[in-house]
Design a protein around this ligand. Structure first.
Ligand SMILES: [Zn+2]
Length: 249
């Protein structure tokens, strides 16, 4: 059992949210009970995830996608009211870390996805240096890379081939980082992986020769929150469990 404030300072110390310009508040988003015995981690603070955390007896929930984002109008109505009401009724604290949970060099989404794929970053690129790049190693052509992604994530990626070149360097950035494709190309990678694709990236892949792989927003962001949850739980001597609420997007 630890004080919620101790968990909060442990998470903030580990993830360093002040170093990021983000789309919403990082850290404690909804305040629950003062002490934490059991921490649950998940990808998104959806109603299903909150309900599962309550059912698991959690005192705190740690997610990558929290409830509050820039551009919201601030009203607690509809689905947002339902989520907040459920958290407050259960006195379940909600901790959310967005970009800090992507960027952490060992425990973040990018580092952990790299581990699952057998990739180790030796360079960073793009806005806030969130893009990771490293040698392709054994993933030296597109079929090998696609097969490795499918095996690691349990789903086949959407692949836009480049010019068929051998892969020497691979870039990746989890989630909705399709906008990082040009920065990845400029950083000299031969293939770029992220969660989602938008229309322009298909043309860019064809015209620059750099392959683009859309591997799933949720699928690529399943590893950071549990890695951080496990780490802080071990440090503080509390329980931790990861709850996956599958998402096809
Ligand atoms: Zn995301």
């Amino acid at each position: 059992m630890v004080e919620r404030k101790e968990l909060e300072s442990c998470l903030n110390g580990l993830l360093g949210p002040d170093a990021y310009e983000d789309y919403g508040p990082n850290g404690l988003q909804v305040e629950g009970r003062g002490q934490v015995r059991r921490l649950v981690s998940g990808v998104t603070a959806s109603l299903q995830c909150i309900d599962a955390a309550v059912a698991a007896g959690a005192d705190a929930l740690l997610v990558h996608h929290g409830l509050f984002w820039r551009g919201q109008d601030g009203r607690l109505t509809g689905w947002l009211k339902a989520r907040v009401a459920r958290l407050l009724a259960a006195e379940l604290s909600l901790f959310a870390y967005h970009l800090p949970l992507d960027g952490h060099a060992e425990l973040g989404n990018n580092a952990q996805l790299g581990r699952r794929l057998g990739l180790l970053a030796d360079a960073r690129f793009g806005p806030q240096r969130l893009g990771f790049a490293g040698p392709a190693g054994a993933l030296s052509d597109l079929p090998r890379l696609s097969a490795q992604v499918a095996a690691a994530l349990g789903r086949a990626p959407l692949v836009v081939p480049g010019d068929g070149r051998p892969l020497a360097r691979i870039g990746w950035c989890t989630g909705g980082a399709q906008g990082y494709f040009e920065a990845a190309i400029a950083a000299g990678v031969d293939a770029f992986l992220t969660g989602e694709i938008s229309e322009p990236q298909a043309h860019l892949a064809r015209e620059t020769g750099v392959a683009f792989l859309a591997c799933g927003h949720h699928a690529t962001e399943c590893f950071g929150a549990p890695a951080v949850g496990e780490h802080v739980a071990a440090l503080l001597g509390i329980e931790h469990a990861f709850i996956d609420v599958p998402n096809p997007a």
